[in-house]
Design a binder for this molecule. Sequence first.
Ligand SMILES: NC(=O)c1ccc[n+]([C@@H]2O[C@H](COP(=O)([O-])OP(=O)(O)OC[C@H]3O[C@@H](n4cnc5c(N)ncnc54)[C@H](O)[C@@H]3O)[C@@H](O)[C@H]2O)c1
Length: 345
Amino acid sequence: MSVVRVILVGLGARARIWRRVVAARPDCRIVGLVDQRVDAVMAAVAETAGAVGGATLAEVTARVAADAVILSTPPGGRDDQIAAACAAGLAILAEKPLADSVEAAEAHVATAARAGVSLAVGLNFRYLAVTRALKALLTPEQMGRPEFAHFTYERWRDGRLPHLNKYPLTMDHPMLWEQSIHHFDLMRFVYDAEPTTISARTFNPSWSMYRGDANVSALIIFTGGLEVTYQGTWAGNWQPMTFNWRTETPHGVVIQADMFGALGYARRDDAALTPVTLPAVEPWVDDAAALFDDFAAHVRDGAPLPCPGTDHVRSLRMVAACIESSMTGRAVDPRVPGLQRTSPS
Ligand SMILES: NC(=O)c1ccc[n+]([C@@H]2O[C@H](COP(=O)([O-])OP(=O)(O)OC[C@H]3O[C@@H](n4cnc5c(N)ncnc54)[C@H](O)[C@@H]3O)[C@@H](O)[C@H]2O)c1
């Protein structure tokens, strides 16, 4: 395969990054552009030499040969897109979350497996230099195995801004499905552990512009006993954002104080954090590009599939466990199919 031919489905906010990432590579090319909005397709086709446009993926795969598809559509209602990708034998890179329910995500994973098609999910935060550096600090040789942590993400997300997507305004649990999914995935990735028990509470502050709950508080217990206290909100009532992820280990603490950097560590008696030097990055772009590198290597050379859908479902189960725990007031084991309840912890 000389060039990896890509069809991009969904030409909204996130697609701007994907178009840039693919266009920057001489060995990949966008050959198809799909959206329900005719004007968006026409504008994108006009800017992409040789690309075919259409309203559905099936329509475009009938007109152009391709190797892979990026699904940059809202997570709900992707059945037809997955079916069309499978019918055309295209490797799939789907934006997170893969679906708006665990059941639908599992169905997509099963459909792809039956068709023999690879299915990856766009968990770009795994590819940030700060994420890799944090993970490396938590080895036995460095700071040691974490025993507890807190993860705080407090943001005033003005969902009415023109450059932001609009569907989260009316979603059930927009914070969990759209944002916390990244955080839960990061916890599993960085700690290399699986959640065993989740107690959570979701709610919506009176000033929230979201129809569904913008606030999530959770206590998450992982294999090995690690306990993480999580607070996430899109309705934090101050414009400057707080991101603070502090992990406690036998030797001291590791603190990430910014979504894209600001990593430091300290031994118990240190007077100050020792900052970790990180490379300069362009947020959203470099991380997506690094993820796409691995995806393209898989499509072209059979390298390991990054962020497989089978793994992503485990993070989605954490989202569903938070919802169930908040509804029932009970602790939930997210690993159990059907989310069977455990005793309150
Ligand atoms: N990984 C990240 O950091 C990151 C960041 C932002 C968004 N996202 C994800 O990217 C996805 C898209 O988000 P967005 O912000 O671009 O949303 P958006 O609403 O701005 O764009 C979605 C586009 O998909 C089109 N669309 C909807 N249904 C379609 C269908 N059935 N067929 C064809 N086109 C359809 C819409 O017309 C729209 O143009 C979501 O899953 C979101 O969670 C990921």
